[in-house]
Design a protein around this ligand. Structure first.
Ligand SMILES: Cc1ncc(COP(=O)(O)O)c(C=O)c1O
Length: 366
């Protein structure tokens, strides 16, 4: 007998989230210096954090003998001001990952159902398993965008959450305003629609999802400081929703979920518009760099609205391993049923050059 015999069986069967391969692990395995490794596997910001955010976090560190403000008053007030909503409509979390967990706490149980697109963030599936509820994965359209009409058809009286990842990870596609408006006009009122907008800053056209909130529909808009703001290591994200849903999410969170340096850095990052613009510009340039290289190599790719790009290399695992041996960490896609593809986070121009060169060599060996 083992103590695991007494656990929740649906937890035992879970497969833990698989992040991109860490730099330190790769350095150890390949006997390389960490600074010689380029990680383009987790959609982080290659430009780095905003210097103002770093300074604010450092300053905040002098006070870390005390608990942070559990209500994250300053950060939530700034977010409320930024979005023209009330303080009561804001929730902050340790990354938007925690907010996905909080909304799941609020609405999921073994009788509930979740609807999401086939190609979307794996955490939704993990949460559905954790709360032991049914997860309906709706196949994407042939161009790899969300099939919103199909997602609408998948909704049942038991559906509690629908996740729309816009733009979506891991494929980088997005749905535009008109399609969203049509979906929101038809979605039944018992369903909470979560718009996961982790990558929205990188999209040239950014649909307005706040209009649904203003119209009184039950929506949760999720944003993160991990991508365009470059604060992935601090773990901070936020949700804007109705006061009612925010209250439920705030009730479900642990008391001091966003730490003191993270609160301070996020506030400073919001004020540093220049860094944000530079990050977005770097990504736009990098996308063009990869697209030109892929065209030249005759590789199909999925046009991206994000800071990563999905490219069809044929033998994804072999390409991943070959690039890894050169110290370039990419993301194999076999786990998503996209084994012929590899996902590349857009880096700085020199990092992109190094990746493209490694890719060329890898493809020769395929
Ligand atoms: C679509 C999407 N949503 C949410 C997240 C979670 O990000 P974080 O918890 O760092 O805010 C990610 C991370 O890669 C993502 O791709």
């Amino acid at each position: 007998m083992s103590i695991a015999d007494f656990c929740n069986k649906y937890v035992q069967g879970l497969v833990a989230y698989q992040p991109g391969k860490p730099i330190e692990e790769t350095a150890r395995e390949l006997n390389l210096a960490p600074e010689d490794i380029v990680k383009l596997a987790s959609n982080e910001n290659a430009l780095g954090p905003s210097p103002a955010a770093v300074a604010a976090a450092q300053q905040a560190c002098t006070g870390i003998n005390l608990y942070p403000d559990g209500a994250s008053f300053a950060l939530r007030s700034k977010l409320a001001e930024l979005w023209g909503v009330s303080f009561e409509q804001t929730v902050v979390g340790a990354g938007s990952s925690e907010l996905i967990e909080l909304v799941s706490h609020a609405f999921l149980n073994p009788q509930a159902e979740v609807v999401a697109a086939q190609y979307s963030f794996t955490l939704y599936l993990l949460m559905s398993r954790l709360f032991n509820c049914r997860y309906t994965e709706v196949p994407n359209k042939p161009d790899m965008t969300h099939d919103l009409a199909g997602m609408l058809r998948a909704i049942t009286p038991a559906t509690r959450l629908v996740f729309i990842t816009n733009p979506t990870n891991p494929v980088g596609t997005m749905v535009q305003q008109e399609e969203l408006d049509a979906f929101m006009a038809a979605v039944p009122p018992h369903v909470v629609v979560c718009f996961d907008e982790a990558y929205i800053h990188f999209a040239e056209q950014q649909p307005d999802t706040f209009r649904y909130l203003r119209a009184g529909q039950p929506v949760v808009i999720l944003r993160t400081f991990s991508k365009a703001y470059g604060l992935a290591g601090l773990r901070v994200g936020y949700a804007i929703t109705s006061p009612e849903i925010a209250d439920l999410m705030n009730k479900a969170r642990s008391p001091f979920n966003v730490n003191l340096p993270a609160q301070a850095a996020a506030l400073a990052a919001l004020a540093d518009r220049e860094h944000l613009a530079a990050s977005v510009a770097m990504v736009a340039e990098g996308r063009r760099q990869y697209e030109a290289a892929f065209r030249e190599m005759g590789l199909d790719f999925v046009p991206s609205h994000t800071n990563f790009i999905l490219v069809k290399v044929g033998c994804g695992r072999a390409v991943f391993e070959s690039c890894l041996r050169e110290g370039v960490i990419l993301r194999p896609m076999g786990g998503y049923g996209l084994g012929e593809y590899i996902r590349i986070t857009i880096g700085t121009p020199p990092q992109n050059e190094r990746c493209i060169a490694a890719l060329r060599r890898a493809l020769k060996g395929c």
